[in-house]
Design a protein around this ligand. Structure first.
Ligand code: NAP
Length: 303
């Protein structure tokens, strides 16, 4: 079994920053990710609010952060953590490839896309149903798509799709958007139509999506829309299975509760990034990752 001072689970913006800090502090650290490093950060088409860059794509920033982190910290990608146990004052982590032990753990497991839960959503996944405009958008250039959601992600991704040449219409369940004003302004500037007060009833097609049925939630009017694709950006849900396994305290929405040093209720278990809930911003995830690594370092000196 390989032993480390710190194991970081999840290598998104929070986890990678924790890796940068932990490695530079001289602790032996391993970062594990079930996919490629980056998490949902890889899907961000462009960011205009990360300090130091007027605009940068999520994928580019992840690449830079990853290069920096692996100078001092080991990274294993495509290695999902299957279980985590705490005994004899160590954390024992089992992945599909091996077993590891650590004195401290930073949970930066992030969140996953929320599903609409309507007929056709699962059936047409990858055949017209998409959750990532950055990944799948280019396939829909010149085609007609709906973007579902009224938050920052939906607005940002709708603009991204429009810029790719998609004929995109936003669909929101209320009559006002949750998205920040600058993104609402961009929707107007790009002449993106919005269907208000409407929810998706069903997604239909043969091999690929052909129609989406919408219901006006105020009038109950049902309309059918011929489209080639439907992008869903209706928020996300915490990836908290490992936190639950360890007995980490969660808030009512399932996000990890921490103090201002990112410590959880379990000694030498910290949390950083989207898994802590609150404002889901890249810069906040990074900040939490740095704090978690520094707190872990401090606590490890006391063992
Ligand atoms: P979000 O802020 O939670 O917004 C989700 C949107 O989807 C809301 O408009 C919500 O409607 C709608 N929705 C939720 N469940 C739905 C359902 N079952 N059917 C239809 N609509 C539904 O999620 P997000 O936009 O993915 O953003 C996630 C986090 O990342 C947020 O904290 C956001 O600020 C952050 N983010 C920031 C940026 C940026 O700073 N530029 C960019 C992207 C994301 P209601 O409004 O009616 O609740």
């Amino acid at each position: 079994m390989e032993e480390y001072d710190i194991i970081i689970i999840g290598a998104g913006p929070g986890g990678l920053t924790a890796g940068i800090y932990a490695g530079r502090q001289g602790t032996s650290t391993l970062m594990l990710d079930k996919g490629p490093a980056g998490g949902l950060g890889l899907e961000v088409p462009s960011m205009e609010n990360y300090p130091g860059y007027e605009m940068i794509a999520g994928m580019s920033l992840i690449n830079e952060m990853k290069k920096q982190a692996i100078k001092t910290t080991e990274l294993k990608q495509m290695e999902e953590v299957l279980s985590i146990k705490h005994h004899n004052d160590k954390f024992h982590i089992k992945t599909k490839n091996g077993e590891y032990a650590a004195d401290a753990v930073i949970l930066s497991t992030g969140s996953q896309h929320r599903k609409l839960g309507v007929p056709g959503e699962e059936e047409f996944l990858g055949r017209g149903v998409c959750y990532c405009a950055t990944c799948d958008g280019p396939l829909y250039a010149g085609k007609k798509v709906l973007m579902i959601g009224g938050g920052n992600s939906a607005a940002q991704e709708a603009v991204f799709l429009k810029n790719l040449g998609c004929d995109v219409t936003l669909v929101h369940r209320r009559d006002e958007l949750r998205a920040e004003q600058y993104l609402q302004d961009q929707l107007k500037e790009h002449d993106i139509d919005i269907i208000w007060d409407s929810g998706v009833e069903e997604i239909k097609g043969d091999n690929f999506v052909e129609t989406v049925t919408l219901k006006n939630l105020k009038t109950s009017e049902v309309t059918e829309h011929q489209v080639n694709g439907i992008f869903i950006a209706i928020g996300d849900e915490p990836m908290n299975q490992l936190a639950k396994e360890l007995g980490v305290d969660l808030d009512p929405s399932g996000y990890i509760i921490t103090d201002k040093f990112q410590r959880t209720n379990i000694p030498r278990v910290y949390a950083a990034g989207d898994i802590t809930g609150g404002f889901k911003q890249w810069v906040i995830a990074c900040s939490e990752g740095a704090v978690a690594a520094m707190a872990a370092y401090e606590d490890l000196q006391k063992i």
